[in-house]
Design a binder for this molecule. Structure first.
Ligand code: APR
Ligand code: ZN
Length: 257
């Protein structure tokens, strides 16, 4: 289970960290409250704040960090049952984790849909408008085009239902970089069997690890990359991790990560 905290080392702000989180830096949009930027009613009244934010989060500007590549290494080793992420930055895909192993529970910027006629809008058209500070409009009916990011109150993608088959059979749960504040995603942490170790790597003890801890919970507090590095060393995978990151970074070219 992953949240915005795994992407802050890549330079993308999370939502709730005091001061640095997105929700404390939306003053210029004079929103009624921070979460409004992800609410449909506000979006239809004034889509500009969301698209200004989208431009800041443009996927091309950021690269995966060690946390993403650790999850990719788990996949390469046949150990990743599924990665449930709340993140919309798409860095899990960029790190090479196949879509079949991903549940992007809060949607993704990878595709976009017209809010009027529901036609799919090609990603390049969408991003061309966003990067040119224009509100993307449907070529056919001129309705506003919204990326397939889940706004508050919208249903989660159907793939989220995979949790019904995944969590009961998982034999380890990793929870990385999330405040576990948003439902129904946060409750996933309760769905593994009580015999299954749950490992939280996060700046703070959050959610069920705070108010309903279990005997086999492990909490590694502090920076997520540091925590992942410790785990990789204990696993004896340091060399493999370095090789994988070197290969992937050559593929992606230089850039912030
Ligand atoms: N290392 C470890 N922990 C970190 C790091 C880091 N480098 N950076 C941030 N964190 C922690 C924060 O302390 C916080 O506990 O990650 C967590 C991030 O929490 P949020 O900002 O609330 O992000 P997230 O949990 O992903 O939010 C869930 O809220 O607004 C909605 O849809 C949005 O998907 C998002 C959802
Ligand atoms: Zn349309």
């Amino acid at each position: 289970m992953a949240g915005a905290g795994i992407s802050t080392p890549s330079g993308i702000p999370d939502f709730r960290s005091p001061g640095s989180g997105l929700y404390s830096n939306l003053k210029q949009y004079n929103l009624p409250y921070p979460e409004a930027i992800f609410e449909l009613t506000f979006f239809f009244q004034n889509p500009k704040p969301f698209f200004t934010l989208a431009k800041e989060l443009y996927p091309g500007n950021f690269k995966p960090n060690m946390t993403h590549y650790f999850l990719r290494l788990l996949h390469d080793k046949g150990l990743l049952l599924r990665l449930y992420t709340q993140n919309i930055d798409g860095l899990e895909r960029v790190s090479g984790i196949p879509a079949s192993k991903l549940v992007e529970a809060h949607g993704t910027f990878a595709s976009a849909t017209c809010t009027v006629c529901l036609r799919a809008c090609p990603g390049e058209d969408f991003w061309a408008a966003v990067l040119a500070d224009r509100v993307p409009c449907c070529r056919v009916c001129t309705g506003i085009v919204k990326p397939d990011v889940v706004f508050f109150g919208e249903p989660l993608p159907e793939r989220f239902l995979l949790h019904v088959v995944d969590f009961p059979v998982a034999d380890l749960l990793l929870v990385l970089g999330t405040s576990l504040e948003v439902e129904p995603f946060a409750s996933l942490s309760e769905y593994v069997r009580h015999s299954v170790p749950r490992v939280l790597i996060n700046q703070a003890v959050v959610g069920t690890f705070a108010w309903q801890p279990r005997g086999r919970d492990v909490v590694q507090l502090g920076d997520v990359v540091h925590g992942v590095e410790k785990l990789v060393t204990l696993l004896g995978w340091t060399e493999e991790m370095q090789d994988l990151m070197r290969r992937e970074r050559e593929k992606l070219g230089a850039g912030k990560s």
